[in-house]
Design a protein around this ligand. Structure first.
Ligand code: G6P
Length: 355
C-alpha cells in the first residue's frame, strides 16, 4: 500500500494533489471552447423539464451544488438525501432523476433510484466507477473520470463530480453565459494547482488544532462547500464541525458561537450575496469568534477576519471548488497533527452497501 501513495504520507493527501489532473481528465473531449459548447452526445437527448438529484455524504453536497446550476438555468431542480428520498418520494412528473455516487454501490442511492424508476422516472448515474451497479441500472451514465480513490474521505471525486455536473448542466440547459462558464472551467485545474502550491492551510490547522468545535458558513454555491468543509473535518479529525447556510446562523447556531469556535467563512466576489455573508461574518466577529475567511479578496471580509485562505479570482462556480480544496487541506493537516487514522477513519467505510 505504501508504494501506492507515491511518496505522500496518506492516500488522502495524494488524492487532494491529484485534483488538477482528475479535472482535466473529466473535461477531456467534452468541451469545445471555440463554440462554447459541451458535447455529451453519448448520453443521448435528455432535455429534462425538471431534475431531482439523489445522493449521500459528500456526493450529496455535490448534488446541492448542482441543483443550483439547473435552477439558474430555469430548470426546477432539487437535491435529496437518498435515504430520505425513498421514505418520502416527491412527485416526479417529467423529472430526470440523477444519482450522484462515487462508488456507484451506495445502497441508499441505489434504492432511491429504484424507487424513482418504479414510478416511471428516467434515471442518470453520475459516477466514478465504470461497470458499477448504478451505471448498469440507470438509463444513462456519465463518468466523472477521477481515477481510483482510496482514502475513505472523498476529495478528488467531489471536485470531479462538480466538474461533471457543470458539464451536464451546460449540455442540457441553454444558459446565456455558457462561454463564460466554460472559460471559468478551463481555469479550474490551474486554480486548484495554485492552491496546492501556495496554501497556508497547515498554519491555520496548527493555530486551531485544539478547538473542540468548528463552524463553516457559505451562501449559494458556497453553501454546499460549507457543508463539505464541515463533513471532512468531522470524518477525519473526529471533532465537532457544522456547516451552515450563512443566513441561517442567526436563526439558532449563533448561540453556539464563542471565542473558542473558529468560523470558516467562504466568501468570493463582491456582489450582494458576498455583502450579506460579510454581514454574517460581522455577527460572529462581534461574538469574538476567530474568523478564517476563504476568499478572493474582492469583498471587505478580510477586515473582519483573523486569517485568510486565498482563492484566486475566478468564476463563482470555480471558486467554490477551489475554496473547498483549501478546506480539504485544513481538515487533512488538523487530522495529521492529531495523529488520526486519516485514510481509514473509525466507524466509516468507503462504500456503504447497507441501508
Ligand atoms: C460513504 C463514504 C463517504 C461518501 C458516501 C457516499 O459514507 O464514507 O465519503 O461520500 O459514502 O458515497 P458514494 O460512493 O455514493 O459517493
Amino acid at each position: 500500500e505504501e508504494t501506492g501513495k507515491s511518496g505522500y504520507d496518506h492516500f488522502m493527501l495524494k488524492e487532494i494533489h491529484e485534483q488538477p489532473r482528475a479535472l482535466r481528465q473529466c473535461f477531456r473531449g467534452r468541451v469545445d471552447e471555440l463554440s462554447g459548447t459541451v458535447d455529451l452526445a453519448d448520453l443521448g437527448d435528455l432535455s429534462p423539464r425538471g431534475v431531482q438529484l439523489v445522493a449521500c455524504g459528500t456526493s450529496y453536497h455535490a448534488a446541492v451544488y448542482a441543483a443550483q446550476l439547473f435552477q439558474q438555468a430555469g430548470i426546477p431542480a432539487q437535491a435529496f438525501l437518498a435515504s430520505e428520498y425513498a421514505t418520502s418520494p416527491p412527485p416526479i412528473g417529467d423529472a430526470l432523476v440523477i444519482g450522484v455516487t462515487q462508488s456507484g454501490e451506495t445502497a441508499d442511492t441505489l434504492s432511491a433510484l429504484r424507487e424513482a424508476r418504479k414510478r416511471g422516472a428516467r434515471t442518470l448515474a453520475v459516477t466514478n466507477t465504470v461497470g458499477s451497479t448504478v451505471a448498469r441500472e440507470c438509463d444513462h451514465a456519465m463518468y466523472i473520470r477521477a481515477g481510483p480513490e482510496i482514502g475513505v474521505a472523498a476529495t478528488k471525486t467531489f471536485s470531479s463530480q462538480i466538474a461533471a455536473l457543470n458539464l451536464l448542466a451546460l449540455a442540457i440547459t441553454s444558459v446565456g453565459d455558457a462561454r463564460e462558464v466554460i472559460s471559468g472551467l478551463r481555469d479550474l485545474p490551474g486554480a486548484v494547482q495554485e492552491i496546492l502550491d501556495t496554501s497556508t492551510a497547515q498554519e491555520i490547522a496548527e493555530t486551531y488544532r485544539d478547538a473542540e468545535s468548528y463552524f463553516f458558513i457559505g451562501r449559494g454555491l458556497h453553501y454546499p462547500v460549507a457543508l463539505e468543509g464541515a463533513l471532512k473535518m468531522k470524518e477525519i479529525t473526529y471533532k465537532h464541525a457544522e456547516g451552515f447556510a450563512a443566513g441561517e446562523l442567526k436563526h439558532g447556531p449563533l448561540a453556539l458561537v464563542t471565542s473558542d469556535t473558529p468560523v470558516f467563512a467562504v466568501v468570493t466576489g463582491d456582489d450582494e450575496m458576498a455583502t450579506k455573508t460579510v454581514g454574517n461574518v460581522k455577527e460572529v466577529e462581534a461574538r469574538d469568534a476567530p474568523v478564517v475567511a476563504v476568499t478572493d479578496g474582492a469583498s471587505d471580509v478580510e477586515r473582519y477576519a483573523d486569517h485568510v485562505l486565498e482563492v484566486p479570482d475566478t468564476h463563482r462556480r470555480v471558486a467554490a471548488v477551489v475554496a473547498n480544496v483549501q478546506l480539504q487541506l485544513v481538515a487533512y493537516h488538523t487530522a495529521d497533527m492529531l495523529g488520526r487514522s486519516i485514510d481509514k477513519p473509525r466507524n466509516l467505510a468507503k462504500s456503504v452497501t447497507v441501508e
